[in-house]
Design a protein around this ligand. Sequence first.
Ligand code: HEM
Length: 139
Amino acid sequence: MEARDALIILHALGAAILLGSVTLAGIVGFTKTLGEKTLVFSKLVNKVVLWSVVLLVATGILLVAPAKEGFLGDKLFLTKMGLFVLSGIIAQGIVGFKVRQAKSEPEQVAVYQKFGPLLTLSSFLLYLVAALGILLTLR
Ligand code: HEM
């Protein structure tokens, strides 16, 4: 197996963990009444998301490095990066910021309730990012 193949496998693993955890969080968000238990769950999901993003960005950079010029001029790759950043701004910059600002756990639950649709949008963008990633590999 070449090093690049191993990187792609790790990258795809990171994508599976990321998409799996945001999907699970979405299902719990839609089917359970938000309360203290779901808040503990949201915080756990946050950690899994953080580490899968670290893995994705690290392996992504290593995949791009050998053919930097090609990728940086590639509309498909740039669209993928744009959607990834947008999804991060929505989930961490807007919702995450409000959750961190909330002073008590009931307030944090209220933020998750209010911004549920935005989190769904951010997850949807991540699915698009993965789909574009697969297109990049297949091309
Ligand atoms: C800084 C962030 C990222 C960079 C630089 C990056 C870069 C890349 C590159 C260059 C490829 C194509 C590899 C090839 O030439 O075959 C790729 C594939 C892929 N990317 Fe990313 N990526 C990033 C983030 C993400 C994220 C956040 C996701 C998921 C939500 C993702 C999902 C995928 C998938 C599913 C593939 C296809 C892997 C396969 O075919 O098995 N990437 N990525």
